[in-house]
Design a protein around this ligand. Structure first.
Ligand code: ATP
Length: 626
């Protein structure tokens, strides 16, 4: 016991070997993590948490990882908490006997549901001491709550939550309330989890390193992002050795999509693909779709973000089977594609906005108003075999052999193979004429042409027509605050403070004040959206904002949306903090000049926002061309 105490600087909670881990232990860890902004310190604390659990009750590691990441299971399972503020207030009211009205008033003063829950517990007396909470128990209770359906489910959910709150200490209640509302915000993304797991499970033999263990975990997680599959193997093997063989790409589980780097001109492309074959494909303006065909004949479709989009596309589920060249030889596959709204009468592609207008849930075949066409560009898995390590040339041949296009329903991307620039400009024009954003340019042969899950590398480049003379790409940024509108815009927000995400420091760093590109309808609806419980009384500790008065917003936002934004160029700025400390001018950050709003990126989460490193790359590239 003393040893365990010495290991965990943040908690004195102890428990017997192989008995359930007290939730109090995790609540102690959350409390210190909440006050920590340094990524290294966060990893250290999380490593201590994982190590202690592995040493005492290894079965609790899996629920612990899910609770730390404020989730209930893998992304593609789509299990959500489904509880709103009202549910938490009602449960708190029943657990403490305080009226909802009093709780609501107090919440306005405190500003945080967690602080409110903690305060209620401090003042409440119970006659009998309820059983103490465990990590496993809390996690299972949350899953039960999330799985409830039907008319009475809200009431039932309240009862489950009330039960948890009655047994909770003040600190435990604080984090239970926050987790249920998806507001744990200790900012632990999967990368921090990987770093901590790598430290705990690095092989113990000589020459082995945490770096190797991290690389293995990253590779495995990008192919099989399911902790339920990875963690039991880690515990069984006691290290990351052998993990890659036991956790492989599996149809039915989405793999992280390969991403592209932006380029502006021919010389950038030629520099990268000197004397080697590359393929240019139309860059379609639709939504990414990873289509899985399982050995039992089921079809699953996943979004860029690993969400299960199958209910949205019954037409693709139905149609894909007709595109398989020979049903007798195909038992399973995973293909990568872009889904585009399509007019079958005129055989033309329609805009991204049309596609966005399509219903999302429980769509019935007969109700579909916006037909779509799948444009397939890659195959990652076929008949039980992973093709990730194959060259793109080989994968394309396999794709063309396995499928036969069906006009307007399933087609291959328009593509041409090149070794030099001759003809690429014409193809760019044709792509834009056809309604595409530009071209994707991909390494075709050699070791660099494998499929790299979740990676944004030089092996896939994207070139968009409208940015060839500007910075090369639009940016996906997170609004973290807003300024009240004046004159015509009074009563709504008139401008917003936007930030990029720095995964290294896990901070949102500001890049611009954005006030252009909005319609009046958009401003009213977005004002309503944020006023609906998404305003903060103070900025998050992980918002990095300078003291310049012009930058300080009138209100702070929860980080919950990603906005695609264009700009004329990037410039060094004393007022913004993006990439600050990563450039030679230490005291300056990078800012967007003449930013303009394009659209909300529903398919991206805030952690997928443009990173500080990407902004620095775009900036450096732009200055080197000036
Ligand atoms: P963007 O804003 O350009 O869509 P992103 O961050 O979503 O950026 P990128 O990797 O930068 O993703 O751009 C590639 C995206 O373009 C893919 O995610 C995919 O949805 C789309 N796309 C369209 N046509 C193709 C194609 N032929 N090959 C690969 N991706 C394509």
């Amino acid at each position: 016991v003393q040893n365990q105490r010495a290991e965990c600087s943040f908690s004195t909670v102890t428990w017997e070997q192989n008995t359930r881990t007290p939730f109090r232990f995790l609540a102690d860890a959350f409390e210190v993590m909440e006050a920590t902004t340094s990524r290294l310190s966060l990893i250290k604390i999380l490593t201590q948490v994982f190590q202690k659990i592995v040493d005492t009750t290894p079965d609790d590691l899996l629920p612990c990882v899910y609770l730390c990441t404020n989730s209930l299971g893998p992304a593609h399972e789509g299990l959500e908490f489904k509880a709103g503020e009202a549910t938490v207030l009602n449960a708190l009211s029943s657990a403490t006997g305080t009226s909802v009205k009093v709780l609501k008033d107090r919440l306005v003063k405190l500003g945080d549901i967690g602080d409110l829950a903690a305060e209620c517990r401090t003042t409440q007396q119970t006659m009998f001491k309820p059983p103490s909470l465990t990590i496993q128990g809390v996690y299972q209770e949350f899953r039960t709550m999330a799985n409830l359906t039907g008319k009475m489910s809200t009431k039932e959910r309240e009862k489950h939550l009330q039960k948890l709150l009655v047994s909770a200490s003040s600190k435990e209640a604080k984090y239970i309330a926050r987790i249920v509302l998806g507001k744990l915000r200790i900012h632990i993304a999967y990368k921090t989890v990987i770093a901590a797991l790598a430290t705990v499970f690095a092989a113990k033999h000589e020459g082995a390193s945490v770096k190797e263990a991290t690389a293995t975990l990253n590779a495995v997680y990008s192919q099989l992002p399911v902790w339920d599959r990875i963690i039991p193997v880690l515990i069984q093997n006691k290290s990351t050795v052998g993990l890659e063989e036991q956790c492989k790409l599996t149809p039915g589980v989405p793999v992280g999509p390969m991403l592209a780097k932006p380029v502006k001109e021919a010389s950038d492309v030629l520099e990268r693909f000197q004397e080697c074959w590359f393929v240019c494909e139309y860059k379609y303006d639709g939504m990414r779709a990873q289509i899985h065909y399982l050995p039992d004949g089921k079809v699953k479709i996943f979004s860029r973000n690993a969400e299960d989009d199958t209910p949205k596309y019954p037409d693709i589920v139905e149609g894909i089977k007709f595109a398989i060249s020979d049903n007798n030889t195909v038992s399973s596959f995973i293909i990568d594609s872009e889904v585009v709204a399509y007019d079958p009468e005129t055989n033309t592609m329609k805009s991204f906005q049309e596609l966005q207008g399509r219903a999302r849930k429980e769509v019935k075949l007969e109700d579909i108003k916006v037909p779509v066409c799948v444009f397939a560009f890659d195959i990652l898995f076929l008949n039980g075999e992973s093709l990730l390590k194959w060259t793109l040339k080989q994968r394309r041949e396999k794709l063309f052999e396995t499928f036969t296009p069906v006009q307007g329903k399933f087609q291959f991307t328009t593509s041409k193979v090149f070794t030099d620039w001759e003809g690429v400009d014409e193809m760019m024009d044709e792509a834009v004429q056809a309604g595409c954003e530009g071209l994707m340019i991909k390494a075709l042969t050699g070791e660099f042409s494998s499929y790299e899950p979740s990676n944004r590398s030089q092996n896939w480049l994207k070139m968009k027509k409208d940015y060839m003379n500007s910075i090369g790409d639009s940016l996906d940024l997170v609004p973290i605050g807003a300024y009240y509108g004046r004159g015509k815009r009074s009563g709504v927000f008139g401008a917003f403070l936007l930030a990029c995400y720095n995964p290294e420091t896990e901070e949102f760093q500001t890049v611009c004040r954005l006030g252009t590109g909005f319609s009046d309808e958009f401003l009213s609806s977005i004002t309503k959206y944020y006023n609906d419980g998404r305003i903060l009384s103070e900025p998050k500790p992980y918002y990095r904002v300078s003291d310049t008065p012009f930058i300080r917003p009138d209100v702070w936002f929860e980080p919950c949306q990603v906005w695609e934004t264009r700009c004329a160029d990037l410039t060094l700025s004393p007022s913004h903090t993006a990439a600050k400390g990563m450039i030679t001018a230490e005291d300056k950050g990078i800012a967007l000049r003449f930013p303009r709003f394009v659209r909300i990126r529903e398919d991206k989460s805030v952690d997928d926002a443009t990173s500080a490193e990407q902004i620095l790359e775009l900036y450096s590239h732009q200055s080197s061309k000036m």
